[in-house]
Write a protein that binds this ligand. Structure first.
Ligand SMILES: C[C@H](NC(=O)[C@@H](N)CCCCN)C(=O)O
Length: 466
């Protein structure tokens, strides 16, 4: 009997890497938008009256709807509807949220435009611009996190048995390039002409539309893959039907929950730090926002260069659990340096490089470990549950850090607003909080490694079997 083995589109290296570039572009523009205001904390404080507490609240708002349950729904949508529908929905939500946020900080709105009166009528300590920007950022956050889980699942779909960890590493590297780009561009665009926080947000908002288009092109390729595998014909897109009751399996798996806990501890000391890093460097070194941003932007570049290399190492050699441990140690060292060592530009660059190495070790090992713990049909929900738990930290920590900054620096916000020369925040307390998260992540990493050794999940094993 002769058997014809049909070559599928993802068997072509060119096609699957093209697919990766298309979906990673959506994330590239998404990550740009996430941090477009991060280097502009000072300008927001002087031009829109956002103090550190308000800025922290804004940082946390990205995750509020996700934590309220949207991400779990997003995981279910992903497992039921597949990557194409979910990807397009998430990219559209990003664009819609970006539009609301841009309007919220615009001159037109702030000078009494449509909705200003309403947004000024409650929680009067918070500027109306911040409230509407938070609403837009919440909608955007639903889109970007939904896109994150969709992209992870799409990579598993296209790269299983191939270069999966490398592909995830490259996707993250492209996203990190977006962070580098926005830390380079945002202060510069803000200063073109009279200083403005709206200009960079509007520019990156337009770029988000390109991200929506690249995902649209990916859906054409993905449809072809489904036609070839027959998955689409069988039962919608998923190969096996996902049941909501399966979610219990995730919440009762000890090792899965340990990975999720490690994820929330680790990432809570990364993304919320990223929001405050420019201001921290600006305050500690007595430099401008542009100069501080120019130092900090090398952090994602370190991560960008190393993540794919470490992903490839994981594919061929393994050692995932060890990489998680090492990443937590390096991150703790970096935050302790910022908390305790008198800063010079050289020390700042060195600590940023340490953090960049850490931020390649952990993501390169963490995300490809999930398919080792959870079967494919639950994968969308598994990533959603991890993101959901992670989002609780990403929502809470910017708020905690902004608040701790305010209370540990009485009177400084007022001085900055009044333009007092030399007024700057002392970041010791926030940086110690971030360090504690690193220590806790390290301890969990030790536990995970012990679990892996006793239960044999294969976290230390390579992905590509020879
Ligand atoms: C892949 C991973 N992404 C995440 O963890 C997201 N849930 C959080 C992204 C925060 C910015 N919206 C990563 O970037 O390593």
């Amino acid at each position: 009997m002769t058997e014809t083995i049909q070559r599928k589109i993802n068997d072509s290296a060119f096609a699957r890497w093209t697919a990766l570039v298309l979906i990673a572009s959506t994330m590239f523009f998404g990550y740009m938008f996430v941090d477009v205001l991060s280097p502009l904390k000072n300008l927001l404080e002087t031009s829109r009256g956002w103090n550190s507490t308000v800025f922290g609240l804004y940082g946390g708002s990205e995750f509020i709807l996700n934590v309220c349950g949207f991400l779990i729904v997003a995981g279910i949508i992903l497992d039921k509807m597949g990557v194409r529908f979910t990807g397009l929905l998430s990219a559209s939500l990003m664009v819609a949220g970006a539009a609301v946020k841009t309007y919220g900080i615009s001159e037109y709105f702030c000078q009494g435009g449509f909705g200003f009166e309403f947004f000024s009528s409650f929680l009067t300590d918070i500027p109306a611009s911040a409230k509407l920007a938070c609403l837009g950022f919440m909608i955007f956050g639903c889109g970007t996190e939904m896109a994150g889980i969709t992209v992870s699942k799409a990579i598993v779909k296209w790269f299983t048995g191939k270069e999966m960890a490398l592909a995830m590493g490259l996707e993250m590297a492209i996203a990190r390039l977006g962070v580098f780009a926005v830390f380079s561009l945002s202060p510069w665009v803000a200063e073109l002409g009279s200083p403005s926080v709206v200009r960079p947000v509007a520019v990156v908002g337009v770029l988000l539309c390109i991200g929506l288009l690249t995902f649209l092109v990916f859906t054409v390729m993905d449809r072809k893959l489904d036609r070839q595998t027959g998955a689409a014909a069988a039962a919608g897109e998923p190969e096996e039907q996902f049941k909501v009751s399966d979610l219990r399996r995730l919440f009762t798996s000890g090792t899965f929950l340990t990975v999720a806990a490690l994820c929330v501890l680790y990432y809570s000391a990364i993304f919320p730090f990223q929001r405050f890093a420019t201001d921290m460097l600006q305050s500690n070194l007595g430099i401008t926002a542009k100069q501080a941003s120019d130092i900090f932007r090398w952090f994602p570049i370190g991560a960008m260069v190393l993540t794919p290399l470490l992903g490839s190492y994981l594919d061929h050699r393994g050692k995932g659990a060890t990489m998680l441990l090492l990443g937590a140690i390096l991150m703790t060292a970096c935050h302790l340096i910022f908390a305790l060592v008198p800063l010079t530009p050289l020390i700042a660059y060195s600590a940023i490089i340490l953090l960049g190495i850490s931020f390649s070790l952990v993501p390169a090992a963490l995300w490809p470990s999930v398919p080792k713990l959870i079967e494919n049909r639950l994968l969308g929900s598994a990533y959603a549950v991890i993101f959901w738990i992670q989002n609780i930290g990403l929502m809470a920590f910017p708020i905690i850090i902004g608040w701790s900054l305010n209370v540990s620096n009485p009177g400084v916000a007022e001085q900055i607003k009044e333009g007092v020369e030399g007024a700057a925040y002392n970041y010791t307390v926030p940086m110690l909080i971030f360090s504690c998260l690193g220590i806790a992540a390290f301890l969990l990493g030790l536990w995970l490694k012990a679990q892996d050794r006793s239960k044999g999940y294969g976290l230390e094993l390579p992905n590509i079997k020879k």
